[in-house]
Every structure is written in structure tokens, then in C-alpha cells.
Ligand binder design. Structure first.
Ligand code: MSP
Length: 529
């Protein structure tokens, strides 16, 4: 069985999760579930980035012991993952002994390769980004672009540096040739531009100033830079280095590393791109390890065009939304309504409109109407081919396509034909390109047309006036809904199963359907005031 290792960024555990974290959870979980439907052995990772300075500062502000504080927040992230019905296989906490040891091993490998050296250093540190900046990288007020208004810490100290610049050419080549692919392509261009100005990076802080974190191996006066151990989590979680250097080792955890590394895809937000497209592959090159295959860089969820922040008081907590609308609705909203690679805006009003428009009155109502008509018959069996062609969709139908401006448009094709020969292909193509929102949008374009299809043939009258003929139209509807259920499985797993069960077919393995029947059924999406 082919493996597929997918990672989510491990969030800082300095505060409770917000809707931006929920978006990334849904993106990586949807991709992971899709790969499972394709038969891959999938490992999906997330965890807690515990060793950041911002965690320490937040714990101090809350007057709580650091570990207690980060544990509490880490738990909130795990709870969010659970409430969203995500299937994370690994939850890597960065304070564990094994993570410490394994990230130290990675450091030692880079050091052995001559890539770590000590230097007196003066710089400006942004705790928000957990990153050093030079003056030219700041705005005219001397603030970081990501965290305007926040004072940067002036640092003058001796610390360890990583020879990032040594890898510029190899990185340029790996990225240009797409040995490590960056999605979307404009982010690849951004990375290539950044590489023109890349220098070496500070990789540790004196432990007298920063004691919280992973000690530098063989020099306890220094603490590893948080991004160094945070990025390492992608391999420490697989047991990297546990029996490192021993080719005969067959220990479980080492074999997990051997089996799953390199990662097939790292899912990350645009703000942390350079760490994943530049720092991380250089560290891997230094340690002689393979590069991840894809870096998927998603956009942000904003509120009224602004970044969410505590100071603006506009942070959206996903938990009340899940409690009110259910996890399936939140999963749907995040997949359908947020652009994968661009930024999107969240508002409660928009959420409620989408919920009632596309879920209650859209999919929910279509299924309820269809089942009500199917329930007039003991079962709807597959009609012969000739009969199927008698009931095409009358109006034009346009699907969005990947990588091309033009849209596919069809009319006078029957729903079962369209669903098998067009929608399914468009779906596969979009999912293969990680255009998950396009994939689900096409499904809803199709569902919208099915509503009109019922009108095209006035099916509710037809079931009384021509009950035998009406069965053909009902077959098209049931077949389409069952096919849609299979397509939405990675997005809305519970809804998908409910649809299949309500149509009287097997939800766990895809079969060639011979008949559908209406089974007892509760509304998929209750109306909410
Ligand atoms: N701890 C680092 C990641 C280390 S990975 C080795 C970090 N944590 S974070 O909590 O700030 O962000 C976690 C992920 O959530 C990142 O990919 C980040 O881009 C994403 N998001 C944070 N805010 C977001 C939005 N408002 N919208 C969408 N995603 C955003 O960075």
C-alpha cells in the first residue's frame, strides 16, 4: 500500500484556537481523507508548538506555570480537532522527551556537516513571528509587517548560527525543478525571490535569557531556536534518530520514519511559508535527509478584511459555531467558502446565509424531496440505458475547471451521465491539484441544477400522472445524490454516510447500485433561527 504523510502546522499554544486554525485542520483532514479513499496508508500529523517565547510570555501574563499553561491550551486544540471530526493520527507535543532528543539529533547532524557555528549577533526579534529581522525587512516605523504596533526585541548576544546561505543554490534548483513543489505557483515565485536575499540564520538563544525550550546538545548555555525544534517535529514524531546510524535497526519508531519520510505534503499558512520553503529544506539537506514533496501554502481567514487579533477583539472562536450548526456545517463552510490559496473573509451573517442557502435549502431539502417521492415506490430499480437518455438536464450547466480559464458547460445530457463523466472527473482533477474548494463548489453547482431538474419535469406531478416514467427521473436523482455522497466523504463524512443510508445503499464500500429505496431519515441540517 502506498503511504501518504501529511502534516498540519503545529500551532503555538499561547492562546485558544481560532477559526484560522480550524480552516487548516479541515484542509489537511480533507486531503487526508481523500487520500484514504484512494487507498493510501495515510498519517496525518498535528501537535503543539510548546517551546515558543510567546508561550512563555502568555503564561507569565496569565500568572500560570508554563507547562501547565501550554498543556491547557494544547488540550483546547486537541478538543477542536475532535469537535471538527478530524482524523489526526499523530499529535506531537514539542515538550516531550522524545521530541527533545530527536531534535537534538537533527542539530548534531547539521553540526557534523559543518553547518552550525557560533557568532556574536545583534538583531531585532519579533516574538509574534518568533523570527529575527533586519531593518530593511521592517516597515518605516521599524515594525514587522505581520505584527504592526508590536515593539521588536533588540538582541545583542552570542549564539549559534545555521549556514543557510550554503544551501541557496541547491534550494533554487530543488524548487525550480519542483523536486519540492510549492503550491500555489505564485508562492514558488515568492520563495525564489526571497532566496536571492537569504543569509545565515540565528539558531539558538542564550539559556540565561531563554531557558524554555530544547537545550543545544553539548552546550547547555544555549537554547535551540524555536523554529528549529518546531520544524523538526515533522520527523521527531516519526522517531527520527532513535536508532540513527544503525542500518540494521528495525525498531518500531525508526521504521515509522523510514516508512513515512519524506512528507508528501506540509499544509501551512502563508505567514510561515519561508520557514517551510527555505529553512526546513535547508536543514534537511544539511542532515542528509530527503525533502518534503509538496509545501501547500494556504491563505488566511480574516474578519472584515482585517487580520484577527486579540487587540481588535475580532477573533472568531470555532467552538460556538460547531455547537450551533454542527461540525459538518463548519467543515462545509470552511471548505466551500474560503479560497484555498487566497484570503477569505468570515462573518456570522455569511455563515448563516450559507448554512440555510446551501445546506438546509440546498442539499438537505433536495434529499428530503427526493426521498419523499422515492417513498411512493417499494424501490427504484436501474432503468435500461435507452430510458435514461429520455430525461436530460434541460438548462446549461457550467463547472469550474482547474488551471484553465474556460468552464465546461453541458446541456441535454442526463444527470447520471453528467455525474459519472463530467462532475466526477472535474472533482478528481480539482482534488489532485489540491483545489479543494473548487471540488466542492462544483458539487454544489450540480446540486443546484438538480433542484431545477425536478422542476424541469414537474416530477411531483409526474409521480402521480406517470408513475412508471417518473421512476426514471427519480433514478437519476438518487444516483446523483449517492454519487455526490461519495464525493463529499472527505469533506462531510457524516453527511455522506447519512445520504447513502437514507437511499438504502451501503455507505462503507462503493458498489454498482442496482436500486435505491427511501429509508427512515432525519433532516440533514435542521433549520436554525
Ligand atoms: N507554531 C507555528 C507553526 C510551526 S509548524 C512547524 C505557527 N503557529 S500558529 O498557531 O501561529 O499558526 C498555526 C497555523 O495556523 C499556521 O499555518 C498559520 O498560518 C495558520 N493560521 C493562523 N492564523 C490564520 C488565519 N487567520 N487564517 C488561516 N490560517 C491561519 O505558526
Amino acid at each position: 500500500m502506498n503511504k501518504y504523510y501529511i502534516t498540519n502546522a503545529i500551532p503555538y499554544v499561547n492562546a485558544r484556537p481560532h477559526i484560522g486554525h480550524a480552516l487548516e485542520f479541515i484542509q489537511s483532514d480533507t486531503i487526508a481523507r481523500f487520500k484514504k479513499t484512494q487507498g493510501f496508508e495515510v498519517k496525518l500529523l498535528c501537535g503543539g508548538d510548546e517551546n515558543a517565547l510567546k508561550n512563555v510570555q502568555a503564561a507569565e501574563e496569565a500568572k500560570q506555570p508554563i507547562q501547565e499553561f501550554v498543556d491547557k491550551n494544547n488540550k483546547l486544540f486537541e478538543e477542536l480537532a475532535k469537535s471538527l471530526n478530524t482524523e489526526f493520527d499523530i499529535w506531537q507535543k514539542a515538550s516531550t522527551n522524545s521530541h527533545f532528543k530527536s531534535s537534538q539529533k537533527l542539530w548534531e547532524q547539521c553540526e557534523k556537516n559543518g553547518d552550525i557555528y557560533k557568532k556574536s549577533y545583534e538583531g531585532l526579534y519579533c516574538v509574534g513571528c518568533e523570527s529575527f529581522y533586519t531593518k530593511s525587512q521592517l516597515n518605516e516605523k521599524g515594525e514587522c509587517f505581520e505584527h504592526p504596533g508590536k515593539k521588536l526585541e533588540e538582541v545583542k548576544e552570542e549564539n549559534y548560527f545555521f549556514k543557510l546561505s550554503k544551501y541557496t543554490n541547491r534550494l533554487l534548483e530543488a524548487i525550480s525543478k519542483e523536486d519540492m513543489k510549492i503550491l500555489p505557483s505564485f508562492r514558488k515565485e515568492e520563495t525564489l525571490n526571497m532566496l536571492k536575499e537569504i543569509g545565515d540564520v540565528s539558531f539558538s538563544r542564550p539559556s540565561k535569557d531563554i531557558a524554555w525550550g530544547v537545550p543545544v546538545p553539548s552546550d547547555a548555555t544555549q537554547t535551540m531556536y524555536v523554529w528549529c525544534d518546531a520544524l523538526a517535529n515533522y520527523i521527531t514524531a516519526l522517531g527520527y534518530g532513535e536508532s540513527f546510524g544503525s542500518p540494521t535497526s528495525t525498531g518500531n519508531r525508526t521504521s515509522k520514519f523510514e516508512r513515512f519520510w519524506p512528507a508528501d505534503i506540509h499544509v501551512v499558512g502563508k505567514d510561515i511559508m519561508k520557514f517551510h520553503t527555505i529553512f526546513w529544506p535547508a536543514m534537511l539537506m544539511s542532515a542528509g535527509l530527503s525533502l518534503p514533496k509538496i509545501i501547500f501554502v494556504h491563505g488566511w481567514v480574516n474578519v472584515k478584511g482585517e487580520k484577527m487579533s486579540k487587540s481588535l477583539g475580532n477573533v472568531i472562536d470555532p467552538i460556538p459555531l460547531i455547537e450551533k450548526y454542527g461540525s459538518e456545517a463548519v467543515r462545509f463552510y470552511l471548505a466551500h467558502e474560503t479560497s484555498v490559496f487566497g484570503d477569505s473573509d468570515y462573518s456570522d451573517k455569511h455563515f448563516s446565509e450559507i448554512y440555510s442557502g446551501l445546506l438546509v435549502n440546498g442539499l438537505g431539502n433536495l434529499l428530503a424531496r427526493t426521498l419523499k417521492m422515492i417513498s411512493l415506490y417499494p424501490a427504484i430499480s436501474k432503468p435500461e440505458e435507452g430510458a435514461l437518455a429520455r430525461y436530460p438536464i434541460k438548462k446549461n450547466l457550467e463547472f469550474l475547471t482547474t488551471g484553465e480559464k474556460k468552464r465546461w458547460s453541458f446541456e441535454q445530457a442526463s444527470p447520471s451521465f453528467l455525474v459519472d463523466n463530467v462532475l466526477w472527473l472535474a472533482y478528481q482533477k480539482a482534488m489532485a491539484a489540491y483545489e479543494i474548494s473548487q471540488a466542492i463548489k462544483n458539487i454544489w453547482i450540480y446540486l443546484g441544477r438538480l433542484d431545477e431538474y425536478i422542476e424541469d419535469y414537474k416530477l411531483y406531478k409526474m409521480v402521480k400522472s406517470q408513475p412508471e416514467e417518473a421512476k426514471v427521473v427519480l433514478w437519476h436523482l438518487a444516483y446523483s445524490l449517492a454519487s455526490v455522497a461519495w464525493m463529499i466523504k472527505p469533506f462531510m463524512p457524516e453527511t455522506a454516510d447519512k445520504i447513502l443510508l437514507s437511499l438504502g445503499v451501503e455507505p462503507t464500500s462503493r458498489e454498482e447500485w442496482k436500486e435505491f429505496s427511501a429509508k427512515e431519515f432525519a433532516h440533514l441540517f435542521p433549520r436554525i433561527q
